[in-house]
Design a protein around this ligand. Structure first.
Ligand code: SF4
Length: 345
């Protein structure tokens, strides 16, 4: 029986850079309309600089590009791989760096496959005994799984259990699509539907497609995939903030202060900052933060490194700068790359 208090990830083989000990990967779904210009990939975190003729890959950048029937008309950024529909891949001139995506019928038809990685895309209802038998001994398969059931989480959870019990070694990428009236609702839906699966140790990658008001939001889709992975603590790709919910003891405007601290530090990958309204309960609530910014009196802040107090009762004015100084002292500060960052955001 699984221990509900400990995390263990489902064991899989490594296929290319997916599964086994690799962090969960993010696949950008670019299949709906052809990509024409290199600059079009900025929205998924790959920024092309025509002056240097080089790509910059942000911390939040998709590693796999699902292009469907429309391969890129230029060389893909280094470190990425295109996934093409099988029919398109089979006539493409680069059948190594591009990998095929099969329907279950194509996969079972004994069609020629890639030597390293073969994506099989199916809905949970297509997980037939024949497909399971075919996947059981295939160490090149990656299962891209979708579900149109009313409850994405419960249906996908049952499918993941069945895949585990069937001893299929293939990594699983969750293909997730949702339509929401606002970004806030999309975040809630995606976190609810996929977060529990990741916390339970399932999922070696995400492919998220989010529409807001009927229009696909590619940038939000990519960010959301990384954010859900980070919230599930399965892949850290940016600064993490832990703030208290605020209550009658709160000694400063929590939202305003959090957003001020974020505006200075949200490029520090992997750093965890606790922002707590009072010193009574704050230090306990931010127990695993790297740094703490805690209200300790009216217009007074106490700064922590882990659980250790570094500066006590300093004036609020200048406290954010003092926090940055502590991060710098620890050599965990990097300057923001404003040009590229702003273009991407
Ligand atoms: S840390 Fe202090 S201010 Fe924040 S919710 Fe807890 S008791 Fe309230």
């Amino acid at each position: 029986m699984r221990d509900p208090f400990s995390y263990s990830r489902r064991r899989t083989v490594a296929v290319s850079t997916i599964g086994h000990d690799n962090v969960p990967r993010v696949v950008a779904d670019l299949s709906l309309s052809p990509i024409v210009h290199m600059e079009d990939l900025a929205v998924i975190g790959h920024v092309y600089d025509p002056v240097t003729d080089k790509w910059a890959m942000r911390d939040i950048a998709a590693e796999f590009l699902y292009m469907g029937a429309h391969p890129l008309p230029f060389m893909a950024p280094a470190g990425t791989r295109q996934i093409l529909n099988y029919g398109t891949w089979s006539t493409h001139n680069d059948q190594f760096y591009c990998v095929p995506m099969f329907t279950p019928a194509q996969y079972l038809s004994q069609a020629p496959r890639h030597g390293v990685m073969n994506v099989v895309r199916c809905d949970i209802h297509e997980l037939t005994k024949e497909l399971i038998d075919g996947l059981r001994n295939d160490t090149t398969a990656v299962l891209m799984l979708s579900s149109d059931a009313h409850s994405y989480y419960t249906s996908m959870r049952a499918a993941c259990d069945m895949i585990s019990l069937s001893e299929i070694p293939a990594p699983i990428i969750f293909a997730y699509a949702t339509e929401a009236p606002s970004q806030e609702i999309a975040v809630l839906l995606a976190a609810t539907d996929m977060g529990g699966l990741l916390v339970d140790g399932f999922g070696d990658g995400l492919m998220v497609r989010v529409g807001i008001g009927g229009a696909l939001d590619q940038g939000l889709s990519t960010r959301l995939a990384f954010n859900v992975l980070q919230a599930a603590r399965t892949r850290m790709s940016k600064t993490e903030y832990i703030s208290c919910p605020s209550c009658g003891r709160t000694l400063f405007d929590l939202q305003e202060t959090t957003s001020l601290i974020r505006s200075h530090t949200d490029h520090l990958k992997g750093v965890k900052i606790g922002i707590m309204g009072c010193i009574v309960n704050g230090p306990g609530e931010m127990a695993d933060a790297d740094y703490g910014y805690v209200g300790s009196g009216p217009e007074r802040i106490t700064l922590y490194r882990g659980q250790e107090i570094v500066q006590r009762n300093i004036p609020t004015a200048g406290a954010v700068e003092a926090l940055i100084d502590i991060i710098k002292t620890d050599s965990r500060w990097v300057e923001r790359d404003l040009n590229v960052y702003d273009r991407w955001r």
